[in-house]
Design a protein around this ligand. Structure first.
Ligand code: DO4
Ligand code: MG
Length: 320
């Protein structure tokens, strides 16, 4: 169930700090640091997010605290998605009643959604390797052969190699409703395409979020300056415990460089809404952060990723 957007909730709480991956001015390789109160503190001795997430939760927590004691980075670093190396982003599906209902409405095979919502085993699917992830402020994609596309605002769990939840991030699991609606067997094509997955700049340490099962999630879409969609939900509406999703993900697989697991959408627009080229999607999660991306059609705008470059570059200053 989503909360009515007219409920006009009080502003969401911004996170105090985030673990970020960034490209500085002086080093050719991206680095890892802690962004707090506008200051970026390098995490000394940590070569990558993969290096960080190969450690235990206790060690990661200690490294985060220690970073605050170090000096700050100069210049205007570019913040990158908080995953690298062999990191992957996976998604859970049909974990909110609204997602089940929205999919039953659009699908030629409605009952599969009813069944998976109530089943013991959750729906999990591989959404993106680290290198394909889209950062905050960059464009997100819709397929040129789709026609009915929506954003999916989701709380993402950041897990280390030991399957511990060490942080939280904001994820947009972009989806083609027309392709999935035609036949659920097409879900991989409805879900995996250039620019199809964006994540916030960094993750909030797990210790900073008192109750991840009660976080408000808000999304709006702005077209040519006008708000054309707005809605809100809460992770309190999630039908499955977070730990259960992580347990199913790690049961058959190892993630030596860590993994992000998006927990499903509780916001699905009515069937008469579809994204269009140029739409601005803004997602906020209480205590976790914000994610803003503008829609582009087709794979061409994302070709830079295949060459190890980013589809756009903006430093911290331009994003605050
Ligand atoms: O069943 C298809 C995907 C569901 C999903 O992505 C969601 O519920 O968020
Ligand atoms: Mg989703």
């Amino acid at each position: 169930m989503t909360l009515p957007s007219s409920a006009a909730p009080a502003d969401l709480k911004a996170p105090r700090r985030a673990v970020v991956r960034y490209q500085g001015d002086s080093d050719p390789e991206p680095l890892v640091g802690v962004l707090e109160a506008g200051q970026l503190h390098p995490m000394k001795g940590i070569r990558s997010i993969a290096d960080l997430l190969s450690r235990t939760g206790d060690e990661i927590a200690r490294l985060i605290e220690a970073a605050a004691e170090s000096g700050s980075v100069d210049g205007d670093p570019v913040l990158l998605p908080p995953l690298d190396g062999r990191g992957e982003l996976w998604c859970s599906g049909v974990t909110y009643q609204r997602s089940k209902d929205g999919r039953m409405e659009e699908s030629a095979e409605a009952t599969v959604y009813d069944k998976v919502y109530a089943a013991e085993r959750p729906e999990l699917f591989a959404k993106s390797p680290a290198w394909r992830l889209i950062a905050d402020g960059e464009p997100v994609g819709i397929r040129s052969d789709s026609g009915h596309d929506v954003p999916e605002p989701e709380l993402a769990l950041v897990c280390n190699a030991f399957g511990e939840i060490v942080g939280y991030a904001v994820c947009n699991d972009m989806s083609s409703r027309s392709i999935e609606g035609e036949n659920p067997v097409y879900i991989p094509q409805a879900k995996v395409f250039a620019g199809g997955c964006s994540v916030s700049s960094g993750f909030v340490p797990a210790a900073d979020v008192a109750d991840p099962s009660n976080l408000r999630i808000r999304m709006r879409v702005v077209r040519e300056g006008q708000e054309v969609f707005a809605d809100e939900t809460s992770t309190a509406q999630l039908a499955r415990p977070l730990a259960e999703l992580v347990r199913y993900l790690f049961h058959p697989l190892d993630f030596p460089d860590g993994v992000m697991l998006a927990t499903g959408t509780g916001i699905v627009p009515e069937l008469d809404f579809a994204l269009a080229d140029g739409d601005l999607i803004e997602i906020e999660i209480d205590q976790v952060g914000r994610l803003r991306n503008t829609v582009r059609v087709g794979k061409e705008p994302f070709r830079a990723l295949s060459h190890g470059n980013r589809p756009s570059h903006a430093g911290i200053a331009a994003r605050s």
